[in-house]
Design a binder for this molecule. Sequence first.
Ligand code: F6R
Length: 366
Amino acid sequence: EKGGYEHFMLKEIHEQPRSIKDCFRGRLNVDEGWVKLGGIKDYESKLAKAKRIIMVACGTSWHAALVGEYLFEDLARIPVEVEYASEFRYRNPIIDEDDIVIAISQSGETADTLAALNLAKSKGATILGICNVVGSSISRITHAGSYTHAGPEIGVASTKAFTAQVTVLTLMALSIARKKGNLDDTKFRRIITELELIPDKVAKILEQSEKHEEISAVYKDARNALYLGRGNSFPVALEGALKLKEISYIHAEGYPAAEMKHGPIALIDEEMPVFVIATKGPSYEKVVSNIQEVKARKGKIIAVITEGDTQVKAIADHYIEIPDTDENLAPLLATIPLQLISYYVAVMRGANVDQPRNLAKSVTVE
Ligand code: F6R
């Protein structure tokens, strides 16, 4: 049932070209130039008119929400607040009938996320869900929603559910943006054309398993690791750090690259691996400076770069090349190398990758 893979996690990482495709199948037509999410059709006008949207989630799903924030703000121009479900529900949050609360949950059973939604519903908000498990509690209490269609995720560490969540959020942001009329035809076409190419590009990254194993072998005994990114790569950095800590038990932290000099830079020495998402995009030059700051303090740089990059390649200790894509879609690709490295590091350390200590696949207690 692991389809020839040693662990469910590796199988699920490798399923991503297909799970991402399954997620946008029937929801995207590049030739005819449209995207649609049938499940939330009745709420499209309300979404298009929304003054703000609140997203609630936990763990990896919360990281997907942070990517969603960038997408909704850049494409649909709607302010988004991303909340940990556990914080939202205990804060007497200000919400009313005009609000739209979107919950993101692989299992659809996470206790805090479910409770946060019930609270928002009781205050009159419209509540929507992005779940993977069909018929789950969250999908049953929401007014409407869109499934991620990633298929069953068995490994405790979430991988293909995350990229499917980001894919649904992309489709949602695109369809609201079109409805609002604030995304011009050329940009819209460019993004959907690129979105359709994502599964093949993910497959191309997955082919480089040797490169990922090589890097993992160098850093498998690290005691700490930092993950840095800017813009929509910042949530990718957070997700990379979470993946490493939960399955390999190495302490890791994700930071916005520019925040490094406000504290974490003190940690950097020759023992510290620093993973940096340094793909081509609006903050590329700034990230290059952040890399130079780490190198100046003898930190080790493992960079995720865009194919054809020369500048970062020249200064990084290690690099993984990923295909170029639209900047809004970059998290779907940049996440993959970090998943793979976490996986290989954990295997090399002899950890139980699919069943990490102290963790459960679905957290139904608060
Ligand atoms: C991390 C992980 C957890 C979950 C979190 C939320 O790999 O799996 O952080 O993302 O417990 O779970 P769901 O998405 O089921 O609500």
